[in-house]
Write a protein that binds this ligand. Structure first.
Ligand SMILES: Cc1cc2nc3c(=O)[nH]c(=O)nc-3n(C[C@H](O)[C@H](O)[C@H](O)COP(=O)(O)O)c2cc1C
Length: 368
C-alpha cells in the first residue's frame, strides 16, 4: 500500500526513546493507534551488534504499521541498517534529523545532521536503494530561530526519494519552551509532493481534528500526548472521554501485563518492567481533564486537577516520588492501592513543569 494511503488521516505514535517501547505500542494499538514508530535506533550500535539495539527493531505481533527510526550519518551504514530493519518486519524506515541531545549532535547525528541537507539527500538515496519499504525523514524547523532551514531540508529529503516527511514544529534550541509552529508545518505540507505529517502539542481529540484539517497534513503525530493519555487514540473514534480513576488504572494494569509479557516474569524481567512502569508513571500523573468551565488545558502548561473525584484520582495525579514508587510497585504486585504514602512536604511539581518545557525530559531519557 502506498505510504500516503497507509498514514492518511492517522494520529501516529511518535518515535520516543524509552517511550515508544514495544509493550507501550501494543497498549496504544489496543486503544486504536494504527501507525507507530520505534524508539530511536542508532545504526552504529547495530553495526557493533549490540543486542539492546537489535531489540528495538522488533515489531509487535499485533502492530498494523510499524516504522523504525534510525540515527546515523553515513549513507552506507544507514542503507545497511534500513535493510536490516526491513528484514525484521519494519513497514517503513525513518531518519532522525531532530534529536537535540548534545551527545548525539556532537557526533553529527539528529538535529546536527539536519543542518546538512546535501548529506541527508545522499543518505535517503542510499536507503531507498537498499529497501523496498518507504523511507521517511523526521525534521525540526531548524537549529534555532534565526537558522530555519526546514524547506531546504524537506526538499533535499524528497529529492533523495523520501516518501514522507514528519515535521516537529520547533527548533532544536527551542526544545519544548514554545508551542509548535503549525503555520510552518502547513507551509511545508503545501509545498511538498509527498505526505507531510505534522507534530507538536496534540493532547485532545479536537486538537487532532483541527490541526489535521487546517494544516493540510496527510496525518499528524503525537509523542507526549500518547505518554500522558494513551486513550487519546480511542477518543478519536468516540470523542472526549471523561475517564475515571478506575478506568485509567485498568489501562495502567493492562500495560503492566503487556510489559511483563514482553520482558518476562523472572527477576530480570520484572526489574526491567518496573523501570519502564516507573518512567511511564511520571507521564501518567500529568493527565488533567477538561476544565470545569469547558475550556481545555494545554500541553505547555502543567496544570493541577483541582477536582479529583475520588481518593484514587487524587493518588493518580500525585507527581511526588513516594506516590510514583507506590503506584509502580502496586501495579507490579497486583495491589489494590488502598494505602498511599503521605504527601511529602515539598512537591516537585514546579520542577517537573520546567523540565518538560526545557526539554530535559528527552535528555534524561537518553542520558543512560
Ligand atoms: C520521552 C521522549 C523521547 C523522545 N525520543 C525521540 C526519538 O527517539 N526520536 C525522535 O525523532 N523524537 C523523539 N522525541 C520527540 C518526539 O517524537 C516529538 O517530536 C516531540 O515530543 C514533539 O511532539 P509532542 O509535542 O507531541 O510531544 C521524544 C520525545 C519524548 C517526550
Amino acid at each position: 500500500m502506498p505510504f500516503r494511503e497507509r498514514v492518511s488521516g492517522a494520529l501516529i505514535v511518535a518515535p520516543m526513546t524509552k517511550g515508544s517501547n514495544l509493550p507501550y505500542r501494543r497498549l496504544c494499538v489496543e486503544l486504536g493507534a494504527r501507525v507507530l514508530v520505534s524508539e530511536m535506533v542508532v545504526a552504529r550500535r547495530l553495526k557493533q551488534k549490540r543486542r539492546s539495539e537489535f531489540a528495538l527493531l522488533r515489531k509487535a505481533p499485533d502492530e498494523p504499521c510499524f516504522g523504525v527510526q534510525l540515527a546515523g550519518n553515513k549513507p552506507e551504514e544507514m542503507a545497511w541498517a534500513a535493510a536490516l530493519a526491513e528484514a525484521r518486519g519494519a513497514d517503513f524506515v525513518d531518519v532522525n534529523l531532530g534529536c537535540p541531545i548534545d551527545h548525539f549532535t556532537r557526533m553529527g547525528l539528529g538535529a546536527a545532521l539536519g543542518r546538512q541537507p546535501g548529506r541527508v539527500r545522499k543518505i535517503v538515496e542510499a536507503m531507498r536503494a537498499a529497501v523496498t519499504v518507504p523511507v521517511t525523514v523526521k525534521i525540526r524547523l531548524g537549529w534555532k530561530a534565526d537558522q530555519l532551514n526546514y524547506m531546504e531540508l524537506a526538499r533535499a529529503a524528497v529529492e533523495g526519494g523520501a516518501s514522507g516527511v514528519f515535521v516537529h514544529g520547533r527548533t532544536r534550541e527551542a526544545r519544548y519552551r514554545y508551542p509548535a509552529n503549525w503555520e510552518a508545518i502547513a507551509e511545508i505540507a503545501a509545498a511538498l509532493p509527498v505526505p507531510v505529517i505534522g507534530n507538536g502539542d496534540l493532547l485532545f481529540p479536537h486538537e487532532v481534528r483541527d490541526r489535521l484539517a487546517a494544516s493540510g497534513c496527510a496525518a499528524v503525530m503525537t509523542a507526549r500526548g500518547a505518554l500522558i493519555k494513551p486513550w487519546l487514540f480511542r477518543e478519536l473514534a468516540t470523542g472526549y472521554w471523561d475517564i475515571t480513576g478506575e478506568e485509567r488504572l485498568a489501562l495502567y494494569r493492562r500495560y503492566t501485563t503487556l510489559a511483563l509479557e514482553h520482558w518476562g516474569g523472572d527477576e530480570h524481567g520484572r526489574a526491567r518492567a518496573r523501570d519502564f512502569l516507573r518512567w511511564h508513571a511520571g507521564f501518567w500523573c500529568r493527565y488533567v481533564p477538561r476544565r470545569a468551565d469547558g475550556s481545555w488545558p494545554s500541553m505547555q502548561q502543567r496544570e493541577v486537577n483541582e477536582r479529583p473525584r475520588s481518593a484514587l484520582e487524587a493518588l493518580l495525579e500525585r507527581a511526588d516520588e513516594p506516590a510514583l514508587d507506590y503506584l509502580t510497585d502496586e501495579l507490579l504486585n497486583g495491589g489494590d492501592l488502598a494505602a498511599p504514602p503521605p504527601v511529602p512536604a515539598a512537591s516537585p511539581d514546579a520542577r517537573d513543569a520546567r523540565d518538560i518545557r526545557d526539554g530535559r525530559v528527552e535528555d534524561a531519557v537518553v542520558a543512560g
